[in-house]
Design a protein around this ligand. Structure first.
Ligand code: PXL
Length: 264
């Protein structure tokens, strides 16, 4: 038997390979964890944009979760693109039924291209039924603004927003610093204390595709190895910084973050 810890992603497929399920599985692999996946939606996209999106029927999402949970000892898991109310309902039901632990919720709303990856009517349900289940939520600036209904232009704003989001139920809130400030400072709040994890801002005004997915997948892989949440977040931040530093232009549009930077 392998002793690789098993990790799960419940997310959308990105045909362009840079984000979603594809980024998650690459990230899981380089962390020496065994990744399994539940696909919630199929996006037809490349580095230039999204052409179409098909949500997966809720029964099929349920079957995928049942099949991986019945056979694998899943140590930690993440959700990414959940797309619709139906999918959120079934994920919420199944994670309780299978008593899944160590949940990192990446509350994806939009793709970098501006396309919706979560339907507007599903935002409130995401908050109501999944935020209370999460160990860690990882909104970016735009997502945090939308959940906390306030603007974020500074670290102080991010701290206020993190407090509001913490009230919605997750144990840890990480507001990612990729979209505001001179440096890229992530603000972490656990209901008591704040931590700030800082990196240089790499390539100002560049569009990096997949950074959020790599970050939350790295958190999950670290949790699965028994690393405590705050340390897992700090390690994932460093891992993602390198993935951004080693990103490449492989298509004609956005730049793909490289979770395989360790093996070059
Ligand atoms: O980075 C957010 C994200 C998540 N999941 C899928 C995506 C994207 C961004 O484009 O395509 C499938």
């Amino acid at each position: 038997m392998s002793n690789l810890p098993c990790v799960l992603t419940i997310a959308g497929s990105d045909s362009g390979g840079g984000a979603g399920i594809q980024a998650d599985l690459k990230t899981f692999a380089v962390h020496k964890t065994f990744g399994v996946s539940v696909i919630t939606a199929v996006t037809s996209q490349n580095t230039k944009g999204v052409k179409s999106i098909q949500g997966i029927k809720k029964e099929i999402v349920a079957d995928q979760i049942d099949m991986v949970c019945e056979d694998f000892d899943i140590k930690a898991f993440k959700t990414g693109m959940l797309y619709s109310m139906d999918i959120i309902d079934v994920v919420s039901m199944k994670i309780k039924e299978h008593r899944l632990k160590n949940f990192c919720l990446d509350p994806v709303i939009f793709a970098g291209s501006g396309d919706r990856l979560l339907l507007e009517e599903a935002v409130e349900l995401l908050i109501k039924s999944l935020f209370p289940e999460a160990l860690i939520v990882t909104p970016n600036r735009w997502e945090a603004e939308s959940f906390s209904k306030m603007k974020i232009n500074s670290i102080k704003d991010a701290e206020r927003s993190a407090k509001i989001i913490h009230e919605m139920g997750p144990k840890y809130v990480v507001i990612k610093g990729g979209h505001f400030g001179e440096k890229a400072i992530d603000v972490v709040y656990n209901g008591k204390d704040f931590a700030h994890f800082e990196t240089e801002r790499i390539g100002k005004n560049m569009k990096y595709h997949g950074a959020g997915c790599v970050f939350s997948a790295s958190i999950v892989a670290n949790l699965a190895k028994g690393i405590p949440p705050l340390k897992a977040i700090e390690r994932a931040k460093k891992f993602t910084e390198e993935a951004i530093r080693n990103s490449f232009k492989i298509g004609n549009g956005s730049i793909q973050v490289n979770p395989l930077w360790i093996i070059k």
